[in-house]
Design a protein around this ligand. Structure first.
Ligand SMILES: O=c1ccn([C@@H]2O[C@H](COP(=O)(O)OP(=O)(O)O[C@H]3O[C@H](CO)[C@@H](O)[C@H](O)[C@H]3O)[C@@H](O)[C@H]2O)c(=O)[nH]1
Ligand SMILES: [Mn+2]
Length: 955
């Protein structure tokens, strides 16, 4: 095995000061060799020649070496002054920035409007035509849907009129509880329904992108992209899974010099590090193979799992041969990775040691220095065809006890800074370690929106739907989430854009820095949050917009040039420009930015480069040193990180919060669904893991709801559209629905056992309202499935899991969330285990006990008991009692049928009898035993409610 990251050797040991925190900085040879002499003096211990893999290594190009430094000993203002503020480089940057702003304004006034759907656009030649198109859904599908929504709204109104004016006198409590629950359900329906008012689809034109940015005979003009992969626990997130993700990134269809892959290892695991080193070696063979034959997907595990037909099309003989050879190579790679994994199972007493004998710096997961290692890239070795490979960077941020590391959000922010220092691409893609690139053109898809001159500048991120591998055919626990990804998110795309779901999302780096979106049309006071606009403005907003764009061009020009000035935090930069003239202003703007972004002038300077790129004048070694500095754990103290900048802290679902803040800043996001899914991931498929995942999501939502970021109150006047706000309210308040849901699911059992009901006896008119309500609910669902293409089975699974999750995970989330707010108990992020490549679906049947199972189990039992009790009571009381019983039984069946997948999960696989038989047998057995109790001569007959006779525990 060729090992890349020899981390310090016997000679370097001399330079360690045991009292100082040792921070190994792992670099490839080129970078060390690049250090100019004056930098040598700054960090003498850098240059220790270090042995790796038993061979002696000199600080020569391409040699492997490791570099220990002490980040705190460094004074950034000193050695980085060469390209800091006030210098010539700074002025040049400001000039180019100013120039760019001017160009932008010119372009804008040329185009008149920024919205991508201006019908008046002159027809342009192919290379200048828009890169994407909005395609509204056919009105034959959407109009009936909207109509039925309105009808349902009216019916709901009449329904509540009846419910409120007709209390049940002999069961007032039952009636009151049920009405309160129903009102809550109606409100949550409205929150969920109206953001789906204007669903849209989008189409991209990759060929135009290529025509415009990849001209024949010229270097590619596509924008660089930094790609982040987050991983934390190599035992739950197998290194092979991460390796596949990384390989799919390295082989992506995008210019290699524009792609950098950053892997964040929050577990500081030597296993992850070594697996990455192996992966970088394997990539040298894998990447050219992928590109030569344009295969998909470019994650080997999933590629080789596909069946291919060698007889179809024109499969070349060379391909068959090379594929076979590559498959063997991959198998060997897997063996090596698995060997690393099995070695990692038992930790040596004195911790891990690297191949060269030095201890692994991350031996204490909670207390270790920051680590960075660059693999591949310009100088890190070429692939087997001699071509360059994308950069691959291992990053493990510093961890110290007593610091809040903010879980994934913290890891992401560390990567934002490291990548800003090392490559500073203007766009970035973030992926969970188990989400590989399934469509190698995914980055291009995103670029079609990002660089679009008409729409681009206002787009903060392009979210792709999450798609999954390895889920059971029937998707028992609604892991695929199709209702959310194919209905809700497409609806949001018609308003202000989809919410961010944590992975598979391409960001504009600038938008992550907490800036407002460039204003285009409306001055900030005229956002759509106010109620008066509500009635006219929002239902016909699509049409209104178009009218606006028809205004005379001259007026538009004036407005644009006025409103396109940098706003909000961008003012800082403006002052920076002026500051060049006067030293004092310069200092204050520098201070301002350092207060916001932290004490790294390299990072701060990078934020001013809107088109990305790093400063040529800085040496790679000093940049690496700075990179170590920006991942130190005190770096974010007293800065805006996590508050206004980067991924936002305060919730385990950092994704919703982060996206929400951007939308509040007036940005819009884009939902992109390429026909070949862009990314694919895995999901926990057994009941307990799934419930725990849902618990974490719900908890995260409750955290947001109870924080200052509660979408009910937060961010008015900042450009968040009101329908978008509704959907954020829905996304954070939904766990609360668990309380009425639990009550409502208990009601049928109570009704059956007491013989009372939640409504008085229905008149004919009243039953009409009930019936119309049911029909409306049914019709909206059917029409929704029609425009979205979601299947009835998927939709039904979603309904079922809504109840199952509701009465278990969401319920616990509400209490844990309250506990956190009231008692300050922190919530932890339990990562879900990503299945390796073992037994198919064995996971589905794995049964792990958790308290989350108690409430749904109880509900199931009491409702079954209720059905038995009700039926036996009716049998005893003769024909007339069947009528009123019907409603109650229906009600109880509604609960049981929803909980059915849960029951399946409870029973597991150990017994092979079809579960339906078990359900029926329990039911019938109890009915008969009850009947037996009834005809028991020792019990007297009566017509009163059952409860009085034999009580709850009669069976
Ligand atoms: O301290 C931590 C904890 C987690 N992670 C990473 O976070 C990701 C998501 O974790 P996972 O257990 O897979 O959670 P899921 O529920 O599958 O993830 C969904 O929900 C999360 C929010 O709860 C989002 O962050 C994810 O992007 C989204 O896919 C993984 O890559 C982890 O490695 C870290 O990097 N550091
Ligand atoms: Mn996951």
């Amino acid at each position: 095995m060729q090992h890349h990251g020899g981390l310090g050797g016997p000679e370097s040991m001399r330079h360690y000061d045991p009292d100082l925190p040792q921070v190994p900085l792992l670099t490839n040879g080129q970078m060390v060799d690049d250090i100019p002499p004056e930098q040598h003096a700054l960090v003498p211990s850098y240059m220790a020649p270090i042995g790796g893999s038993g061979k002696r290594i000199h600080p020569l190009p391409f040699s492997d070496s490791a570099v220990p430094v002490q980040p705190r000993s460094m004074d950034p203002s000193k050695d980085l002054a060469a390209y800091g503020y006030g210098s010539i480089a700074w002025k040049e940057r400001m000039e180019s920035w100013k120039q760019k702003q001017d160009n932008l304004q010119m372009m804008k006034s040329e185009n008149g409007d920024y919205d991508g759907d201006d019908p008046d656009l002159p027809l342009m030649d192919e290379a200048r035509q828009p890169l994407s198109r909005k395609t509204p859904l056919p009105s034959s599908q959407i109009n009936p849907y909207r109509m039925i929504i309105i009808v349902r709204l009216v019916v709901v109104g009449f329904f509540f009129h009846y419910r409120v004016t007709h209390p049940v006198n002999d069961a007032f409590a039952l009636w009151l509880i049920s009405v309160i629950c129903e009102i809550w359900f109606a409100v949550s329906w409205i929150l969920d329904q109206f953001p789906k008012w204007l669903p849209i689809d989008r189409e991209t034109y990759l060929d135009r992108l290529s025509l415009r940015y990849e001209k024949e005979g010229q270097a590619s003009q596509l924008c660089p992209v930094d790609i982040y992969v987050s991983t934390v626990d190599p035992l739950k997130e197998p290194p092979l899974v991460t390796a596949n993700t990384v390989l799919s990134i390295l082989a992506v269809d995008y210019p290699v010099d524009k792609v950098s892959c950053y892997v964040s290892d929050d577990g500081a695991a030597m296993l992850t590090f070594e697996a990455l080193s192996e992966t970088s070696e394997f990539a040298k063979k894998w990447v050219p193979f992928c590109k030569k034959f344009s295969i998909e997907p470019r994650a080997p595990e999933f590629y080789f799992a596909q069946k291919i037909d060698y007889l179809k099309d024109k499969v070349q003989a060379s391909f068959v041969k090379e594929r076979r050879a590559m498959k063997r190579e991959y198998e060997e790679f897997k063996v090596r990775i698995n060997a690393l994994v099995s070695k990692a199972h038992k930790v040596p007493e004195d911790g891990w040691t690297m191949q060269d004998g030095t201890p692994w710096p991350g031996n204490n997961v909670r207390d270790h220095p920051g680590m960075i290692q660059v693999f591949l890239g310009q100088s890190g070795g070429h692939d087997t065809d001699g071509n360059e490979l994308p950069r691959l960077v291992y990053v493990s941020r510093e961890k110290r006890p007593g610091f809040n590391h903010h879980k994934k959000a913290g890891a992401m922010n560390a990567l934002v800074r490291v990548s800003a220092v090392l490559t500073n691409a203007p766009y970035l893609l973030n992926l969970d370690c188990d989400h590989y690139i399934n469509n190698s053109k995914a980055l291009r898809e995103a670029m079609c929106f990002m660089v679009d001159p008409l729409l681009g500048k206002r787009v903060c991120y392009v979210q792709f739907p999450q798609r999954f591998d390895g889920i059971d055919r029937s998707d028992r626990y609604a892991n695929r989430n199709t209702v959310f990804f194919d209905i809700n998110m497409r609806g949001l795309d018609g308003i202000q854009g989809p919410i961010y779901v944590g992975t598979g999302c391409v960001f504009r780096r600038h938008a992550l820095y907490g800036y407002d979106a460039p204003k285009t049309k409306k001055p900030p006071t005229r956002t759509c949050n106010c109620l008066p606009k509500w009635c006219c403005g929002c239902f016909c907003s699509g049409r209104k917009k178009k009218k606006k764009t028809n205004k005379p061009k001259s007026e538009l020009k004036k407005r644009n040039s006025k409103t396109f000035e940098p706003v909000g935090a961008l003012e800082g930069i403006e002052e920076g420009i002026e500051g060049i003239e006067s030293e004092s202003v310069d200092v204050t703007s520098e201070q301002k930015l350092e207060k916001k972004f932290g004490q790294s002038s390299v990072f701060v300077a990078s934020t001013l480069l809107e088109d990305g790129g790093t400063l040529k004048s800085a040496s790679p070694a000093s940049l690496l040193k700075e990179a170590i500095h920006v991942i130190s754990c005190g770096y974010e103290d007293k800065t805006e990180w996590g508050k206004e900048v980067g991924w936002i802290y305060g919730s385990v679902t950092e994704d919703i919060l982060t996206g929400f803040k951007m939308h509040c800043h007036g940005w819009r996001s884009i939902y992109c669904i390429p026909s070949r899914p862009a990314f694919k991931g895995s999901a926990p498929i057994n009941l307990s893991d799934r419930l725990h995942q849902v618990l974490r999501w719900a908890l995260g939502s409750v955290e947001i709801f109870l924080s200052r970021h509660c979408p009910l109150w937060y961010g008015y006047g900042g450009g968040l559209k009101w329908l978008e706000r509704l959907s954020y309210i829905n996304a954070t308040v939904y766990p609360l629905t668990s309380i009425p849901l639990l009550a409502y699911c208990t009601l049928p059992a109570v009704c059956l056992l007491t013989g009372k009901f939640i409504t008085p006896e229905l008149s004919n008119a009243a039953s009409l309202w009930f019936l119309s309500l049911f029909i409306c609910i049914f019709a909206t669902s059917i029409l929704e499935m029609r425009w979205s293409g979601v299947g009835i089975d998927e939709w039904w699974r979603n309904e079922q899991f809504w109840v199952i999750g509701g009465v278990s995970a969401h319920l616990f989330a509400v209490f844990q969330g309250l506990l956190k707010v009231l008692a300050g108990v922190d919530t932890n992020f339990t990562v879900t285990s990503k299945g390796g490549d073992d037994d198919e679906f064995s996971e589905l049947y794995a049964f792990k006990w958790t308290t989350l199972l108690i409430p749904p189990t109880t509900l199931l039992i009491i409702n079954l008991v209720g059905v038995v009790a009700g039926v036996s009571n009716a049998i005893n009381n003769g024909y007339e009692s069947w009528g009123p019983l019907f409603g109650k039984l229906f009600f109880a069946f509604w609960v049981i049928v929803h909980l059915y997948p849960f029951l399946k999960g409870l029973l597991g696989r150990q017994n092979r009898t079809p579960t339906i038989i078990i359900v029926w047998s329990i039911l019938l057995a109890s009915i008969f035993s009850l009947l037996w109790v009834r005809i028991d001569p020792f019990l007297a007959k009566s017509n009163g409610p059952l409860l009085e006779e034999c009580g709850l525990d009669c069976n």
